[in-house]
Ligand binder design. Sequence first.
Ligand code: ADP
Ligand code: MG
Length: 568
Amino acid sequence: MAVEVRYPPAPSELKLHLGFFSTEDRDGPSNDNDDRKRNQLVHHGQNGHLQPHHRDGETTPSARPQAHHLAHRIREIKDYQLTHGKLLKVLPLDFPTRCHSINLGVSASPTPFPQHLFTQALHLQELMNELYMRVASDSDWLGTVLGPLLEHDDMLRTLWDINCKVREAKGGSEVSCGIFRSDYMLQQPEAGQEVSLKQVEMNTFSCAGACHAEKVPLVEAVLPSLPPLPINTASITHTLTAAYKAYQPHNIPSRKPCILIPIQPHNFNVADELPFVHALWNVGLPTYRCEWQDLLSLTTLTPELNLLYHPPNSTGTGREVAIIFYRAGYDAAEYASKAGKATRLRLEMSRAIKCPDVRGHLAGMKAVQQALAQPRMLELFLQDSEDIAKLRATFMSMQPLSTPSATALQITQAPQEAEHYVLKANREGGGHNIYGAEIPAFLASLPSKQEWSRYILMRLIEPPKDINGLLLLDEEVYEGPVVSELGVLGGAVWRSCQEGRGVEVLENEGLGWTFKSKPWDVKGMNVVRGLQLPSAQEQEGLEQEPQPPFMSFCRNISLWSLEDDRMS
Ligand code: ADP
Ligand code: MG
């Protein structure tokens, strides 16, 4: 059952979508958006009060905050967000001296998550870090997995070429840093079955959401039921500091080396980026952000492969860079020009410690995740059979499309076979997945079958269908069944041995977590989506129509409670 209630205050209309299950209605909601719309009723509140009603006119269940309490809570949450920088910039309104922003989508009430699975996910992180340190150190294995995919994937080929050039020139740093985020969803195909934890993906590059996740609106109504907040920014700063200490300064200018953060221009999610800069300065580490397209002109590489950063309008020899903490360089558009490729090559060639270096970046490709899920692969990197079993238990079945099996071929051909799968490209940043029945038509639309090799197939996780949430979305309040994702942050610093899988671990720890929820019928999970990058033509100095920056949907962040009773 679903109801829509309108909340009058101008200028924007706030809608309340209600989608409760009655006890007889346990099969879960339809995946069909139209169904949801058909079931909505509109009820106009009076005097600015929310008046949620069921479709049949019943009053709403008492567990839900009453309309005026909800309106009050929403006001409190918005005030909290405003005063804690839980905001996104509205780029089209970026006036010379004024910065406009909107608050991020959040929950208005905690979403339950099983305590034991939360603990399990946290405990897995050091092992996950170790696995990815070893994978990222093993160029030969990465070559076996990614080599067959290079021909039809420009960005992958660019990154792989850079890796080879750095290796041939014996450049780069033997110390690497990783800030990882392993994402999980709950799996419970049928009501009553045991709930388990399944990995959605492992992020190794520019993991988002860490700063937002620690700013949970601590409004009175939800305070008592929240678990302790993570301290993500400080923990990530700790890992970067450990990497900084591992850097051997060349000391060309006799000043402290700095941390360089390559960033994307026009980033509307600065509230998830700038806190790192402040935190690093606060622990005494000079830290500079530099936009991707300016890196070539603002850096130089010495014959000894020291990277020097020359802040705009500065004079002198520049600052030696100890750490490169990438927040840009994951989008294919950033490598579309020669300048983009040269930028990454220069950074990678340098002695600076990268977070992550190009091999760490490659290790985060979906094709690597798929390869690791194959039998006997984890054994190449980890010794302990119990550890291996623990990680493997979180993996979903995945299929390559470079050499499709008979099963994969069936999935790619028939919509009803494809229904349980998601098609994923080796890309970061969200929005590249194709879901379920749309897969065959999408694959058929590609110019050739060779192009299929850019994708992998992953079995869809089937989350519990009866977890309700209360989400403040862009312009509406959604109340109804939700799907949540727990992201566990990990930090690692390691020294790769010359060849093979050996690593000397300098730092390995779980750092914190993020938690996001979305309405049941939303397939992807992009907390923030939308980039405005200078196109290749702009970078080459050609005229180009300005592209409107777009701000797409924000799903809610971090309001949740740990519960085992309800969910076991
Ligand atoms: P990216 O974040 O790089 O776009 P993800 O693998 O995280 O790629 O997929 C994006 C979103 O799609 C996830 O956050 C999740 O909501 C959904 N998703 C991805 N894989 C699965 C899966 N196997 N089962 C269910 N949902 C999935
Ligand atoms: Mg993701």
